[in-house]
Write a protein that binds this ligand. Structure first.
Ligand code: DX5
Ligand code: ZN
Length: 213
């Protein structure tokens, strides 16, 4: 199991320091980009994400919770190994967004809200490298994990079959539920509060990795 600390729960005034602190145990930095339209919250966009890169080695997993991913994705400076993940419910045509993300050299991730039918992403499975299953309603950190996500992960795992697609899960994950999520078939765990809201972040990450089994 791999960990992607979600910087949404970090101190935005010292993002780089906070990211560096967790980097030893992070496989990716999960960065939540919100536009105030697709979700009722605003965070950061390309200028901040691109500036953050200096001094960090691990790839970025940029989670676009925005209406127009095909318009904004090209403004991110992509490095090898990065993922750009968009929502199937966004306003831009998913096939177009996938093309745009591929063209700028990022790996493509697709995500969906907890109440969106899994079938909505099935037509795109051959084109993506990651599926991000939301286990909270997107928009805010610190929400409770929705247990229905477990069955969705299992179902997705079966549907993916032998395609090489990573399943990531995002929202409300902590040591108490990470094992269930991993056993259901998730390979990448996104965690905000259960890492950054803890006094010792690396210890919190070790606890997550150990609890995952
Ligand atoms: C929510 C974001 C998540 C969020 C998770 O819309 O996509 O990445 O930061 O935070 P926690 O782990 O606190 O639920
Ligand atoms: Zn996220």
């Amino acid at each position: 199991m791999k960990l992607a600390p979600s910087l949404l729960a970090a101190d935005f005034g010292q993002l780089r320091q906070e990211a560096k602190e967790v980097e030893p145990l992070a496989s990716y930095f999960h960065i939540d980009v919100m536009d105030g339209h697709f979700v009722p919250n605003l965070t950061i966009g390309p200028p901040v994400v691109n500036s953050l890169r200096r001094g960090l080695q691990k790839p970025f997993d940029i989670h676009l919770m925005i209406d127009h991913p095909a318009i904004h994705a090209p403004h991110f400076d992509v490095k090898p190994g990065d993922f750009i993940t968009f929502h199937v419910e966004a306003k831009d045509d998913p096939a177009l967004t996938i093309d745009v993300i591929k063209k700028i050299g990022a790996n493509v991730g697709i995500s969906l809200r907890p109440k969106t039918s899994l079938e909505a992403i099935f037509p795109y499975l051959d084109e993506v490298a990651l599926v991000l299953v939301m286990s909270v309603e997107p928009g805010f950190g610190g929400q409770a994990f929705m247990p229905e996500a477990i069955e969705r992960i299992r179902c997705l795992r079966r549907k993916i079959g032998d395609r090489s697609i990573m399943i990531a899960v995002d929202g409300g994950i902590g040591p108490e539920n990470v094992r269930d999520v991993v056993e259901a078939g998730a390979q990448l765990i996104v965690a905000g509060s259960s890492i950054f809201k803890q006094e010792d972040r690396l210890a919190a990450m070790r606890a997550l990795l150990e609890a995952a089994g």
